[in-house]
Design a protein around this ligand. Sequence first.
Ligand code: PMP
Length: 404
Amino acid sequence: MPDINKIREDFPILKRKVNGYPLIYLDNAATSQTPKQVIDTIVGYYSNYNANIHRGVHTLSQEATEKYEEARIKIQKHFNATKPYEIIFTSGTTHGINLVATGFSDFLKEGDEIIVSALEHHSNIVPWQMLCERTGAVLKVIPMNEDGELIMSEYDKILSPNTKLVFCNHISNALGTINPVQEIIDKAHQFGAAVLIDGAQAAPHLKIDVQALDVDFYVASAHKMCGPTGVGMLYGKEEWLKKLPPYQGGGEMIAEVTFEKTTYADLPHKFEAGTPNICGGIAFGAAIDYLNSIDLDEIKAYEDELLAYATEKLSSILGLKIYGTSENKTSVISFNIEGIHPYDIGSIVDKLGIAVRTGHHCAQPIMDYYKIPGTVRASFAFYNTKEEIDNFVEAVNRAQLMLS
Ligand code: PMP
């Protein structure tokens, strides 16, 4: 069991007040807070060795290059990729998905099929719809049930030799459901289809082993893993990354350029055109060090405890309905109170210093399924406490009294 009070000391923002109340930050699925170890890395970079990487002979450039490539290796080891060059730095999950979706334009033809799940974030729907428009491929959807789980027997029915790609998130950002990704990957591979798993919500909570999963592509964002915004990672199996065409053209990604013909750099640089987010990449490495210093298994166990506690407390509020009731979920509670708009609850609890998300959480198809405009979403991290949950439940009670 991690020492939460000690951990909280690492997060300067947790000391601030909002509207006169101590901040209670329950919007971790949107972005996590940043420990001082990561903040110090960012300050250290700009104070000591800010320079462009890969092409400078001077000391600063070499130091920055070394640290940036060290961060790539930290990410490789953390996700257990076989080679550092199977990790591509991106600006985040959305960028990683678009890189793969754009690349697959070359490989699909009319009548090919792509499968997504009903639980996706818009960033794992729209790029595939755009890919279908470009290629004539058809998008199919694994439906969900009332508990917010994928109906796997329906997956079996839509998988076929025409299936070329399958996309699914590891954990739903709107409901917290942990999806059966191993089964999704294994079954897709039986039909020769490639699989991309969106790990934006899973990477902060679970140990991910891309080799054990045998997944073709895995994407995540640093800012949900105690790192900075504007940086993330795409893991791709070497054979796929070699086959995929470059996403953007520019400096860094070339071997040789003439007006007659340009040849591309080897992996990973082929996918990293232009000056990257150097400081962000290095700070992403520091965030991974930080998460590993606590241990992700302990984090998961503690967060499960918080989730069970909050679920029980919130369930005692009359008229409150929780969406996403799978046994297999983590860190997210989405709910509504009868007769009250989620936005109003969010605004009132903010007045009491509590940050939650309200709305459709970039997952409109899930809201359509439940026939609701949105939910209030409280999402937990390992630095949250049961006391904060008590205060939150009390605030929701007050909001209900005021609004009904
Ligand atoms: N997928 C999921 C499941 C997410 O939760 C998010 C972020 N809310 C994204 C994709 C997009 O991540 P980013 O905005 O960092 O690219």
